[in-house]
Design a binder for this molecule. Structure first.
Ligand code: AMP
Length: 411
């Protein structure tokens, strides 16, 4: 029969990878919880409207990347492509605006986008994300950015670059879109066809183009960063000042365009050259209109999401050491004794395993070494046990009843 394989763009997480992910999760928890962030997890699927309304009808995500389906009740549901809209939905649904602001939340979940798979780009991937809701203080923008910088440093993610911009207010952006659209229409003949086709739908995307002629046109295009209202410009300057005070280097990048419509004011992205074409490690920004868009009270918010696979790739292959084995129980026919010994060892919190594959005594010794066990005990049904210290090679005979004390003492 033909083999069934993992769906395109997805992957299995085997124990070694799981250990690295667990270490990342622990590092995130240790950093975020003392800073006031509490864990939140939302459902894997949501009403499709949650994303089409917030992420934006004209974005790549909504246009072509959502895994949507209709359930038996005729409702359109979508496997979540991102985490911010679901968190804001939950914020409204649970009346979290009544809590003291800012409400700080984090998640570590899998997301789904029907993108063309390549190295570092998957159809199911994991993101660690944080959201801080209820404050428009630039210190909250800066806090979230400083936390991501700190996390990347703790994970050993190496050299990363932080680019920053401001997307202003929705009104300024709408006016600017008009202005940019006019500029693009005036240069339409010089633009790549794909860019030309998107002028009306999403002119900002023209800044993403790799086409040389388009890039030449874009180098002379009007910039949103030069059109900020004074309040937005002051807010942005304050964020940058705080980042400097916190010692987080960053570059201003007026062409930074995030692929989602709900952003306002600060947007940012961390990239790593170690990652190749898919260099984005994590990014985010402010989304002051999002909660209101979901039927909640006007509530400012800011946050980011970072790709777990990308962070692990940037951190390199430093294998997280697995918990070492304290005791391997070999046996010569005394299976039940071995079984009881392992069970008792585990009760005491020791890492223990027994022979379960019918190996010869010599083969059992080899297996204990392969597992990196500290001790091997050989049980033959008698009252005494042969205990071998696999580190020193020393062997002794002790009473079976004294075995676990001995291993616990030496391990
Ligand atoms: P975004 O929600 O698009 O801003 O993505 C935030 C981060 O998630 C990116 O910087 C990547 O690290 C990661 N990411 C986004 N899309 C994918 C994907 N298809 N596969 C793997 N990681 C992704």
């Amino acid at each position: 029969m033909s083999r069934v394989t993992v769906p395109r763009g997805t992957f299995d997480i085997l124990p070694r990878d799981a250990a690295r992910r667990a270490a990342l999760e622990a590092a995130a928890r240790e950093l975020l919880e003392p800073a006031g962030y509490g864990r939140i997890e939302t459902p894997t699927f949501e009403a499709t409207e949650l994303f089409s309304r917030t992420v934006g009808e004209a974005t790549d995500i909504v246009q072509k990347e959502m895994y949507s389906f209709t359930d038996d009740g005729g409702r359109s549901l979508t496997l979540r492509p991102e985490g911010t809209a679901p968190v804001c939905r939950a914020y409204v649904e649970h009346g979290m605006h009544k809590l003291a602001a800012p409400v700080r939340l984090y998640y570590l979940s899998s997301f789904f986008r029907a993108e063309r798979p390549q190295a570092g780009r998957y159809r199911q991937f994991w993101q660690l994300g944080i959201e801080a809701l209820g404050s428009e203080d630039p210190a909250v923008d800066a806090e979230t950015i400083v936390l991501l910088a700190a996390l990347l440093r703790r994970l050993g993610a190496g050299e990363t670059r932080l680019r920053l911009s401001s997307l202003a207010s929705p009104q300024t952006r709408a006016d600017y879109r008009e202005e940019l659209g006019e500029y693009l229409r005036a240069h339409a003949s010089e633009l790549a066809p794909a860019v030309r086709g998107r002028i009306e739908l999403n002119p900002l995307r023209a800044f993403d183009s790799d086409d040389p002629a388009t890039r030449a046109v874009m180098s002379g295009a009007p910039r949103l960063i030069d059109r900020l209202e004074p309040a937005d410009a002051d807010h942005f300057a304050a964020v940058r000042e705080l980042l400097e005070r916190a010692g987080v280097p960053h570059e201003l990048d007026p062409t930074l365009v995030r692929g989602l419509d709900y952003y306002t004011r600060t947007v940012f992205e961390f990239t790593s050259d170690a990652l190749g074409a898919q260099s984005g490690v994590g990014g985010g920004g402010r989304y002051d209109g999002l909660v209101e868009m979901l039927g909640g009270p006007p509530t400012p918010g800011v946050g980011w999401a970072a790709g777990v696979e990308r962070m692990l790739m940037a951190a390199g292959e430093d294998a997280t050491p697995a918990r070492p084995l304290d005791l391997f129980v070999a046996h010569d026919g005394a299976r039940a004794d071995a079984f009881a010994t392992v069970a008792a060892a585990r009760e005491r919190g020791l890492a223990a395993q027994m022979e379960l594959a019918g190996r010869s005594l010599k083969g059992q010794h080899k297996q204990a070494e392969r597992l990196g066990a500290r001790y091997m005990a050989t049980l033959d049904g008698g009252e005494d046990v042969r205990l071998r210290d696999l580190r020193s090679g020393a062997e002794e005979t002790i009473a079976r009843t004294a075995l676990l004390d001995r291993v616990a003492g030496g391990a």
